[in-house]
Design a protein around this ligand. Sequence first.
Ligand code: AKG
Length: 279
Amino acid sequence: MELKTLELQFLERGFAVVPGAISADELAACADAFDSLIAKAEDLGGRGLVRVRRSDRVGIEGRGWSWGCDHVFQPLLCDQRLLNLVGRPPFPELLELILGPRFRFCGGHGHWSPTNYDYYLHWHRDTRRERWWFGNTDPRCHVQLCLALREEGVVRLVPGSHLRDLVDSEAPLVTSHPHGAHPQEVTPVIPAGSALLLNTYTLHRAQCSRSTPRRALHFGFTRVGAATEPGRSGHPQPWLGNPAFFLAQSPFLRLAIQAQLSFEEANRGACTGAHLGHL
Ligand SMILES: O=C(O)CCC(=O)C(=O)O
C-alpha cells in the first residue's frame, strides 16, 4: 500500500494498518526473545523493579498475571533483536511522513496475552482520565506503532474519534460501562509482521483471550514541539543515553533518542514516570 494512503488513513481515522513489514523468518528469530521478555518482566515486576501491567478483571497475582510491561528496552529487559524491528522499512519513512522530520522516541512497551485469564482493558484515550472526553485537532502529534509479532485482533477503535470530543451517548463507556460495545467500533486484524499505527487520542479499548497468544511491541513517537505524549507526564529514560545502547541503534532511532533526551533535559522535574491514564 502507498505510504501516502496510510498517512491519510491515519490522519482521518486515527489509525492505519501497515501491512507486512517484518518477514516470517525475522519473526521466528525473535520468538524466544519475546518469551524471555515476558518471564523477566513478570519476575522483575513481582519484585517492583519494572512496571508490569495487568487486566481490569483480575485480582490474583502469580505467574501468568500480566498482559504487558512498560519500557521494555531499559537495561534490565532490553533485547536488541526486538528493538531492531522498529527500524524496518517502511516504519521510519512513514513516521516522518506523519510527524515530520523531527520526532522523539518516548517509549517501547511489550504487550502479550496473560496465561491465566482473558485480558480486558477499558475504553480510553491515552490521556489523563479527566481528559478522556476531549479530542485533539492535531492528528500529527503522536504515533503509537503497535507491531504484531503474531496475528491479533485485540484493539477496538472508534474511527475518527481522535479529532472530536465525545458525545453524550458515549459517556457510559468512560464511566459505568468500560467494556461496553460502541456502535461504530472496529477491530482491525493485524497479521503477524504488520503494525497498527494508532493516534492515542482515538477512543480505544483492548481485549484478548488467554487461548490466542498475543505478542506485540508498542513504540511511541511524538513530534518535536508537540504536546507531551498525550496527557502523560512522561517517563524519564536516562539509559537511552548509555553509549553502548545508543551506538547499537540505527540512525533513525538515534535521532529520535537524541530528541527524547533533549526533551527530558529541558523538562527535568516534569517527567515523573506516572502513567496517569490508568490510575
Ligand atoms: O493492549 C493494547 O494494545 C492496548 C493498550 C492500551 O490501550 C494502553 O496501554 O493504553
